[in-house]
Design a binder for this molecule. Structure first.
Ligand code: NAD
Length: 253
């Protein structure tokens, strides 16, 4: 590792937005830890980045796995500069009245517990360095009301709240905590909903002022900004990255 190389842990990095994040941070000369439930793809992706990168299999909702993964990162690199809490699941999006509690619990556990457990594990190396940046991937579903996004929307609102809470508590340790709230992004997660007829992408594009779905790269670049020294006086914010979706109050004309 060169003296100026920084280390970034990105969760859910085997697919979609997380994979774009991994490539963006690697291009910005970070050593990237590709963390994902899918261990095999995580390791393959780290190899594809072609450099001082490593893949780790980890369920972010499992305290023991998270602790072991961050310990392994510390052993391998001896430092941690950036954590991006990106891992997430959207669930079946059934009407709330027939929501299965197994799914409800799983969604909140992966999104809220996962974000908290990884942030807590990142605290120790970052506080020891007196510097670090955490960026959480929230959602417009955590900012506005969307039908059938009961557990998902509540969990993402929880992520936005955790962002503010940890930012105010950890600023004294040199750790900044921010979030992005993506709109609809063309990833396997959204494609799955389109395929099931639960999302109509043409209708969505008419609702988005910029008239297109986001790309994973549209999300990765603002995350890199929030993680960088260019955002050194920014903490506790949730930045909407949604083509204007959340700003748009439809006046019906
Ligand atoms: P995706 O399904 O393409 O990728 C999610 C990745 O997270 C997968 O590689 C998956 O294996 C991993 N993952 C799932 N559960 C995990 C766990 N318990 N531990 C570790 N890894 C786990 O999804 P995406 O669309 O790229 O979404 C990434 C993030 O962005 C999620 O937090 C999602 O909620 C958020 N988001 C997505 C959109 C969108 O439109 N795609 C919009 C707003 C927010």
């Amino acid at each position: 590792m060169s003296a100026d190389e920084k280390v970034a842990v990105i969760t859910g990095a085997a697919s979609g937005i997380g994979w774009a994040l991994a490539q963006t941070f690697a291009r910005a000369r970070y050593a990237v830890c590709v963390v994902d439930l899918d261990a095999e793809t995580a390791k393959k992706r780290a190899g594809e980045l072609n450099g001082n990168h490593e893949g780790y299999g980890c369920d972010v909702s499992d305290e023991g796995q998270v602790e072991r993964t961050f310990a392994a990162v510390q052993t391998r690199y001896g430092r941690l500069d950036v954590l991006v809490n990106n891992a997430g699941i959207v669930g079946s999006q059934e009407p709330s009245i027939s929501q299965d509690m197994v799914y409800f619990d799983r969604i909140t556990k992966v999104i809220i517990n996962g974000t908290f457990l990884c942030s807590r594990a990142a605290f120790h190396p970052m506080a020891a360095q007196k510097s670090g940046a955490i960026v959480n991937v929230g959602s417009i579903a955590g900012l506005t009301g969307l039908p059938r996004r009961n557990a998902y929307g509540a969990a993402k609102a929880g992520v936005h709240s955790l962002t503010r809470s940890l930012a105010t508590e950890w600023a004294q340790h040199g750790i900044r905590v921010n979030a992005v709230a993506p709109g609809y992004v063309a990833t396997p997660m959204v494609q799955g909903l389109v395929d099931q007829g639960k999302v109509d992408s043409a209708r969505l594009c008419r609702r988005i002022p910029m008239a297109r779905l986001g790309t994973p790269e549209d999300i990765a670049d603002p995350v890199l900004f929030l993680a960088s020294d260019a955002a050194r006086y920014v903490t506790g914010v949730t930045l909407s990255v949604d083509g204007g979706w959340a700003a748009f109050g439809d006046a019906g004309n």
